[in-house]
Ligand binder design. Structure first.
Ligand SMILES: Nc1ncnc2c1ncn2[C@@H]1O[C@H](COP(=O)(O)OP(=O)(O)OP(=O)(O)O)[C@@H](O)[C@H]1O
Ligand SMILES: [Mg+2]
Length: 265
């Protein structure tokens, strides 16, 4: 039986889709059969990252309605023999709970890893995904709005879920942390009801790769790729220590306390 991961965030644009795609590829490179589900109905874009948008014949909505079997809807991702995509629905008014749960359970039997790239916020598919998930991965960026909304999403998820709560800090830029402009890693970790799975550096290569229909994961030398590979190995159960540099603290300025009050409720 495989593991189901719900990738969530409170705020939009924190990097759920980017990280889902690249982590899926990293797991596939470890010879794990990995399925990515694009849970963002109407605003699907995992297919774009893989340059597969013209190959979609059916999607999540067709599978849920019983019009198509998942086997026919799932697309193999080029260059990653163990990676597959179930495209997001073009439009889906409501998400039927029973059918969605059945589908997720049967997909777990077929794949080693099933990663659902959830829509931002806490809508219908979010609830179904977190309820069925074995692990939640919240994606936050080092700014207070993303962290506060990520915290709310995690707290909401944990009310509907027995999954292990984890989080990734995306778009980490050491210069901003050292200068005190961004929150440091320990402060963020102290604010979220979840375990730090890893950090991913800010890297313009993600946008460049996306525009080419490629993944940064294909560029071995990129430091952000190494971050994602470490995260994948942690997911596979390896004890990969956090490099000291990943835990660097602010040097110049004392942490400001005003934002801590935001996290009391
Ligand atoms: N580590 C990073 N460094 C630089 N840019 C990044 C990084 N992670 C994501 N981005 C960029 O941020 C933008 C938003 O990323 P993405 O679409 O993955 O976010 P999302 O959480 O899925 O958004 P939404 O909530 O709209 O689904 C994209 O342009 C992506 O290339
Ligand atoms: Mg997205």
């Amino acid at each position: 039986m495989g593991r189901l991961i719900a990738v969530i965030s409170g705020k939009g644009g924190t990097g759920k889709t980017t990280i889902s795609a690249n982590l899926g590829a990293a797991l596939a490179l470890h010879n794990r059969r990995t399925l990515l589900i694009d849970g963002d109905s109407g605003l699907r874009n995992l297919d774009l990252l893989f340059n597969l948008e013209n190959q979609i014949k059916s999607d999540f909505s067709h599978v849920i309605s019983g019009a198509e079997s998942w086997k026919n809807a799932v697309l193999p991702v080029p260059r990653y023999p163990n990676l597959f995509l179930l495209p997001g629905a073009k439009e889906l008014q409501t998400v039927p709970v029973f059918e969605s749960v059945e589908l997720l359970r049967s997909l777990k039997d077929e794949f080693d890893w099933v990663i659902i790239d959830c829509p931002a916020g806490i809508g219908e598919l979010f609830r179904i995904a977190v309820n069925q998930a074995d692990q939640l991965i919240a994606i936050v960026t080092p700014d207070i709005t993303a962290i506060q909304n990520g915290r709310r999403a995690l707290l909401e998820a944990l009310q509907h879920s027995k999954a292990e709560p984890l989080f990734i800090i995306n778009r980490v830029d050491w210069f901003s942390i050292q200068s005190g402009d961004a929150l440091d890693i320990q402060s963020i970790a102290g604010l979220l009801p979840a375990i730090l799975l890893g950090i991913v550096y800010e890297d313009r290569g993600f946008q460049r790769a996306a525009n080419l229909g490629e993944l940064l994961m294909s560029t071995d030398t990129a430091p952000a790729t190494q971050c994602l590979r470490r995260i994948a190995r942690r997911m596979l159960g390896e004890k990969i220590p956090f490099p000291k540099a990943e835990l660097i603290e602010k040097k110049e300025k004392e942490p400001q306390s005003w934002w801590k009050q935001l996290f009391r409720s």
